[in-house]
Ligand binder design. Structure first.
Ligand code: SPQ
Length: 440
């Protein structure tokens, strides 16, 4: 029987000290995928040992790739080359991980074998047509449920895919990456144009593995002409995990923290820009490039926040950080308004509705809109909120405890293990009064 986990956070306190949060989830997934398809041996350090990235790792083991580790974030991948994957014996189970499913659908569409991708309840409710439709234009054969959801039954079309020139209707790094991976197996050129910049880890890592990718403005192009050469990867800490403490230290008076070795790829730093617009004091120190990705130490001291209208251009650059940014908005003076973020409704949960519901329980005036939220800052009360199995919601409400008038209980927190298993230990070390209770 599966365990249910409840977080209980006692009110008040501040965050102090320094911490290194675990490896970037997006980069960890991609390190397994490209390391597996490379010729030669790839060593990875800083790999995120959490359920989502481990689901990707298991999928590649199931397709015949030898992978040693992970041990203390280190992995050795014995690449099988672009055409070396073998048919999995059973459906590939991808748990809660949208990135695994969407990127794999592109990669598997052009293989010489059939495959099936499955996931948990949340993943099985998330939209997959955004990948299966453009893949079908390329000649892929993928069956979904009537609703366009998983399981995905993929008929391998080796040698039959053709490149397309795709204008992506939404800003999605997963759709872009899916099509680039399919494009590695397609005749001609596959191009994807994005309506706004999204995380570019796939493009960067392909280049790091010496695979030709061309970028012209908002258009990225790839073809089947190329092979991947093994390349060691040093995964930076995940700015999406650091974000909880960027907000926590900003809202809790007396806080002063340093988060070490955080990835600050400009397609991911919207959270820093938004918090600074609200008045946060965040210093970016020791900027350096590690394995093709910019990395820095982030120094944050508490500072009063003011509500803002979040600029549209920053939305895709902070897309996973909105649950905790809503908490920052609840603690700010005045009104914060977010729009243009309808994508939040199709994440691990409907992050607009679920956050609005929880904030209202805590006494905050939070009005959900079709594509965002309007939040009036005010005192945070106590109460019991539900995370709906969404890791980022669970961690966001834990941070709200720093400013609450009484305890906050958060139900359904087991999925924090999908992206940040060390959350409770790092948060408590920094000063959050958080405990985790398990019941079967
Ligand atoms: O992998 P998953 O479940 O989709 O994870 C999330 C998250 O909050 O951890 C989204 F719910 O991150 C996505 C992100 O929102 C990871 C990602 C990637 O690695 O390419 C891209 C973003 O998704 P999208 O739909 O905007 O492409």
């Amino acid at each position: 029987m599966s365990k249910t986990v409840t977080f209980i956070v006692q009110p008040g306190g501040s965050l102090n000290g320094s911490a290194r949060v675990p490896g970037d989830k997006s980069i960890s997934h991609r390190s397994i995928m490209l390391g597996s398809l490379a010729e030669g041996i790839t060593h990875v350090k800083g790999f995120l040992q959490a359920e989502d990235a481990l689901a990707t790792l298991q999928a590649f083991r199931d397709m015949g790739v030898r992978i040693e580790g992970p041990k203390d974030g280190e992995l050795t991948i014995y690449g099988v080359g672009k055409h070396g994957l073998t048919a999995p014996q059973k459906p590939l189970y991808l748990g809660n991980s949208g990135t695994s499913m969407r990127l794999l659908s592109g990669l598997l569409a052009g293989q010489a074998f059939d495959s099936e991708l499955t996931g948990d309840k949340s993943l099985s409710g998330r939209p997959m047509k955004r990948v299966t439709e453009p893949l079908a234009e390329m000649g892929a054969e993928i069956e979904t449920t009537e609703k366009g959801t998983a399981p995905l039954k993929i008929k391998g079309q080796a040698g039959k895919l053709k490149g397309i020139d795709y204008q992506m209707p939404m800003a999605s790094a997963q759709v872009k990456s899916c099509l680039l991976l399919a494009g590695m197996y397609a005749k001609g050129i596959t191009s994807v144009t994005e309506p706004a910049p999204t995380r570019d880890h796939t493009e960067r890592m392909l280049s790091g593995f010496s695979y030709p990718v061309e970028k012209q403005g908002s258009k990225v192009s790839i073809s089947a002409k190329g092979s991947l050469t093994a390349n060691d990867i040093d995964v930076p800490s995940d700015i999406s995990s650091a974000a909880f403490f960027l907000v926590g230290a900003s809202i809790a008076p007396g806080s002063d923290i340093v988060l070490r070795h955080v990835g600050i790829n400009p397609t991911r730093t919207g959270v820093i820009d938004i918090l600074r617009l609200m008045g946060a004091k965040i210093e970016v120190l020791n900027e350096r490039i590690v394995g093709g990705e910019p990395v820095a130490d982030l120094h944050v001291v508490s500072s009063p926040l003011t509500g803002i209208d979040i600029p549209d251009a920053l939305v895709p650059l902070a897309i996973d950080e909105f649950p905790v940014l809503f908490v920052a908005a609840a603690c700010a003076q005045g009104q914060t308004r977010l729009s243009g973020a309808e994508e939040l409704r199709v994440k691990e949960s409907d992050r607009i509705q679920v956050m609005a519901d929880g904030l209202q329980v805590l006494g905050i005036d939070a009005e959900p809109t079709a594509d965002g939220m309007i939040i009036q800052g005010g005192p945070i009360g106590a109460g019991r909120v539900i995370s709906h199995g969404d890791h980022r919601i669970a961690m966001a409400f834990s941070i709200a405890g720093l400013k609450a008038s009484g305890p906050i209980e958060i139900e359904d927190c087991e999925n924090v293990n999908t992206s940040f298993p060390e959350f409770v230990s790092i948060a408590t070390k920094l000063g959050l009064k958080l405990i985790s209770e398990q019941a079967s």
